[in-house]
Design a protein around this ligand. Structure first.
Ligand code: 4AD
Ligand code: MG
Length: 469
């Protein structure tokens, strides 16, 4: 079906004949025997204004009965628009109705809908300005991500979604099984016999592609993954999803400093690309969600991220003169309130927090030789990037490449080395210093669009007790 996208149609000069197709946003019938239809096709924020004349063959039978949500194909000629807000409008020569939409039941009426309500109609919410804009920005973010890595020679590697290893060791994995839950096969001690399961072992949806990503980095140099990850954490905050997309670069011959530098350049590239390519959508978010959005992003692009030691951050927080909901002291993990204080209030820009206590971080992070400085407790070469409003947007580390150290760490955590034999092989054979991080795609889209709830930046959100659609 030939059609011109509305974003292109709006740039053409009066006199151009073309066909557009889309969904009716509003219809206004004028007493003078003609009607104005605003038609949107999602190619841009703007709708095209269509003038439908009473002379059209189906004017009385169809055009005047159009309602929000009807789908149309319209042939016509662009004319200069006398109205405000658009240079051209389309004078219709033919209007074909492709699909009607019952005004009594179609949920997306031309009026204000709350985001909560729109979540209940997630299949139709992309037809609203907000969700159209979010979808376009999300797309631009993904494009910028691939562009950034491809320009730097990183290989895009696909890591598995079904896995037997728990990368983060947090026990937040969804089990994958074809066993009949009503009739579980059991072994002699009454334990479930996973030997009879599909993969003949317990398997799960991945929480991170990192471990497999490391295998490829330790052969090919610089790689990145970009895929869905799953966490069964029972958390219903505006920053957590049970299914989210993560981008994980991994670099051989790289340390924590190189990792932090990449994270900073990466975020700046994404923000610049969105400002450049999604200007109209960003105008909308500035007007609707947060006036300071564009300036905040520009400020971040033009300034250096703060690099701060965990130990120093704890003293800053202790001296902040605040009553924290979660009390802070050396050795405890930072909560969102602390992360936001640092990036939003104290420094007012992104903060790369580094070298966390080993005991609150994952097994694969490289041990620092600093136990003497912290009363016998070592830190690990971990980093988190914190941004205003969101808190943690990136988590990463230099990896423990020394076999004896990682083996000791795993033993301390009761992890079985045989479950990670292949991961340990990377330390047995030609081990190299390497580092990487994970960026949460949804938190990034949330940040650039100023969206309060993470469930509004992924098309069909999955969260505890919520998997409709
Ligand atoms: O800090 P996380 O758990 O790190 C990892 O998974 C590492 N394996 C990454 C690596 O080093 N390759 O997660 C990384 C990022 C977080 O900073 C956050 O942006 C996002 O993933 N994230 C979530 N986003 C939405 N919902 C959740 N439940 C998330 N959990 C993490
Ligand atoms: Mg983290």
């Amino acid at each position: 079906m030939e059609r011109t996208l509305i974003k292109d149609a709006l740039k053409q000069t009066p006199g151009t004949r073309l066909t557009v197709a889309g969904w009716v946003r509003t219809l206004r019938c004028s007493k003078g025997g003609f009607s104005f239809i605003t038609l949107n096709d999602g190619s841009c924020m703007a709708s095209i204004q269509v003038v439908a004349d009473g002379q059209l063959a189906n004017y009385d039978s169809e055009v005047v009965r159009l309602t929000a949500g009807c789908s149309l194909r319209i042939q016509g000629e662009l004319v200069q628009s006398p109205g405000k807000g658009q240079a051209v409008e389309l004078k219709a020569a033919a209007v074909s109705v492709l699909g009607t939409a019952d005004a009594q039941t179609y949920p997306i009426q031309p009026k204000h809908h709350t985001l909560e309500f729109l979540r209940s109609v997630a299949h139709l919410r992309p037809r609203t300005n907000t969700f159209g804009a979010v979808a376009r920005v999300r797309n631009a973010v993904c494009w910028a991500i691939h562009e950034f890595f491809q320009k730097r020679g990183f290989l895009y590697v696909h890591t598995p979604i079904v896995t037997a290893s728990d990368c983060e060791g947090a026990g937040q994995m969804f089990r994958v099984t074809t066993l009949d839950l009503e009739k579980l096969p059991r072994g002699p001690e009454g334990k479930v016999d996973y030997g009879q399961d599909f993969f003949a072992r317990p398997t799960f949806l991945t929480v991170s592609g990192q471990l497999e990503g490391e295998a490829y980095a330790c052969a090919l140099g610089d790689i990145y993954t970009f895929g869905p990850t799953f966490r069964s954490e029972d958390s219903t905050t505006p920053r957590h999803l049970s299914e989210f997309w993560m981008i994980e670069p991994e670099m051989a011959f790289c340390d924590l400093k190189g990792d932090a530098d990449l994270a900073e350049a990466f975020l700046k590239h994404i923000f610049s690309a969105v400002l450049e390519r999604c200007s109209e959508d960003m105008d909308f978010f500035c007007a609707r969600q947060d006036k300071t959005l564009r300036d905040t992003l520009k400020g971040i692009i033009d300034s250096e991220f703060v690099r701060l030691e965990y130990t120093e951050a704890v003293s800053i927080l202790e001296q902040a003169g605040r009553k924290w909901e979660f009390p802070i002291q050396w050795g405890v993990d930072l909560q969102t309130e602390h992360e936001r204080y640092l990036s939003e209030e104290k420094f007012q820009k992104p903060v790369i927090l580094q070298n966390y206590p080993a005991k609150i971080k994952s097994f694969y992070m490289r041990l620092n030789d600093d136990a003497a400085e912290h009363g016998g407790e070592s830190t690990v070469a971990a980093l988190d990037v914190l941004v205003p409003k969101i808190g943690e947007i990136i988590g990463g580390s230099q990896r423990e490449e020394r076999l004896d150290r990682i083996a000791a760490r795993m033993a301390g955590l009761d992890m079985k080395p045989e479950d990670y034999w292949w991961y340990l092989d990377l330390r047995r054979y030609g081990t190299v210093p390497h580092a990487g991080f994970g960026l949460g795609l949804e938190r990034t889209v949330q940040f650039v669009t100023g969206t309060a709830n993470i469930r509004d930046v992924i098309p069909f959100p999955r969260a505890p007790r919520s998997a409709e659609f």
